[in-house]
Design a protein around this ligand. Structure first.
Ligand code: HEC
Length: 109
């Protein structure tokens, strides 16, 4: 009887771990945003589109994700200011930068 309880507990833990896994990407995007991108995108410093501001983001989202990724990874200068390559986080992996783009886009839709 006691063993059975232990087994059930282990099974429950495995299930919990499995259900957490798919959320990992979203969490990374938020983490990257909070460590690098927020410096400009939280307040709009330097002309950056503001986090969660739909009017700021709508015309950018219209360009499509491939363009947003390209600009976030390689940097770009638009009418408002300059987005530095990888937001200045030069050690960030491509996937981390893209996850941060996904995170900002998701919060502005
Ligand atoms: C030093 C300030 C700064 C930081 C840090 C920064 N950005 Fe930006 N970002 C900008 C500015 C300014 C623009 C707008 C440029 C323009 O349109 O004139 C911009 C625009 C963008 C855009 C829209 C591109 C487009 O095509 O319209 C994306 C996507 C973006 N940033 C992603 C990121 C991500 C992801 C990070 C963090 C890894 C980040 N930014 C960090 C300043 C910054």
């Amino acid at each position: 009887m006691k063993n059975r309880k232990v087994l059930l507990a282990a099974f429950g833990f495995a299930l919990a771990a499995a259900s957490v896994a798919p959320a990992a990407n979203a969490a990374d995007g938020e983490k990257v945003f909070k460590s690098v991108c927020f410096m400009c995108h939280q307040t709009g410093a330097g002309g950056a589109p503001v986090f969660g501001n739909k009017a700021d983001w709508a015309p950018r989202i219209k360009q499509g994700k491939p363009t947003l990724y390209k600009h976030a990874l390689g940097g770009f200068t638009g009418n408002n200011g300059t987005m530095p390559p990888r937001g200045g986080g030069s050690s960030l992996k491509d996937d981390e930068v893209k996850a941060a783009v996904d995170f900002m886009v998701a919060k502005a839709q």
